[in-house]
Design a protein around this ligand. Structure first.
Ligand code: NAI
Ligand code: 15L
Length: 276
């Protein structure tokens, strides 16, 4: 095996989305074929690319999508909080369909875009690693817990390598004080994807976060062990956004921020009583 682990065709789901467009641009030419898929419109295929529109909630379409694929970067689905039917279709039925089709097609590894909202209920005063139990902060976070569990099941029982990346906040710049701790730069995102596509593992959980001076919420030793070397630090944006905090204690106390405070029933006493 060379550095690309013999990957001939890499499927990127969510290719029309923010991270999908980034991955498409940055992984172009690294593998013989990028298969790009989304429910939304995608820019036409260029050299070394295939475009296959697909609703992940449709098992038959997903079966076709996985045919001939060696590895998957799974970015598709609902990327923020939503009602249950929306979450169920894209992030529950969608991942079941994808992993099952991947298993049947002989796909060898799937990188899963999980989220910090799978562990969003932890307090900022706590440092957690990949072994701490998941504590989702939203319906969206529950769907990421489900996806991680599914990935581990298929890795152990079926030999389909799984790499769950609990992404913090991946965008060009942090937008508020919380993101000074959760920021994942676009360059570090690609570095972590490369580790996931190349490293030797059965199933791993890593944090998608840069080398932020204000880190400390997530001990990312597991990612470093596998070869991740983040280079960016949010600190250069601190003066710009460091004063931007939230007005709800549940948001300000926790890793998940406003995903925790949204729909939080009860006042400050309830926050103190229910957030251990
Ligand atoms: P995005 O919302 O820009 O992209 C998601 C894409 O999935 C969209 O293009 C959408 O059309 C597609 N999609 C939604 N439902 C679908 C369905 N039923 N079938 C097929 N495609 C469907 O989100 P973004 O920011 O690019 O995130 C990518 C992944 O990374 C998501 O899974 C998100 O949960 C995860 N993530 C992203 C973070 C970030 O900071 N951008 C942080 C944590 C996790
Ligand atoms: C996520 O999971 C979302 O996909 C993204 O839009 C941000 O909200 C991010 O988490 C975050 O926590 O900043």
């Amino acid at each position: 095996m060379n550095g690309s682990q013999g990957i001939q065709r890499l499927l990127i789901t969510g290719a029309a989305g923010q991270l999908g467009k980034l991955a498409r641009a940055r992984l172009h030419g690294r593998y013989p074929v990028l298969r790009l898929s989304d429910i939304a419109d995608i820019a036409p295929a260029g050299e070394g690319e295939e475009v296959m529109p697909c609703n992940l909630a449709d098992p038959f379409a997903v079966a076709d999508l996985c045919d001939g694929v060696d590895a998957i970067l799974h970015l598709g689905g609902r990327s923020t909080e939503a009602d249950w039917p929306t979450i169920m279709a894209a992030n529950i039925h969608g991942v079941v369909n994808l992993w099952e089709a991947a298993r049947r097609s002989g796909v060898r590894r799937i990188l899963f875009a999980s989220s910090n909202h799978a562990i969003g209920l932890y307090r900022r005063s706590e440092t957690i690693d990949h072994r701490d139990r998941m504590r989702p902060d939203s319906r969206y976070g529950v769907s990421k817990v489900f996806g991680e569990s599914l990935a581990e099941l298929y890795a152990v029982k079926h030999g389909l390598r799984g790499f769950s990346i609990r992404i913090g906040s991946c965008l060009p710049e942090p937008l508020d004080a919380r993101m000074l701790s959760t920021w994942l730069s676009p360059d570090d995102f690609i570095r972590l994807i490369e580790v996931g596509l190349q490293a030797d593992y059965v199933y791993e959980v890593v944090y998608g976060v840069s080398a932020n001076s204000r880190g400390g919420w997530w001990d990312n030793a597991n990612a470093f062990r596998l070869g991740y070397q983040p280079k960016d630090d949010s600190e250069r944006f601190a003066a710009k956004v460091g004063h931007l905090t939230f007005d709800h204690p549940a948001a300000e106390l926790t890793h998940g921020g406003t995903y925790v405070s949204a729909e939080f029933e009860g006042g400050d006493n309830a926050v103190a009583a229910r957030l251990p």
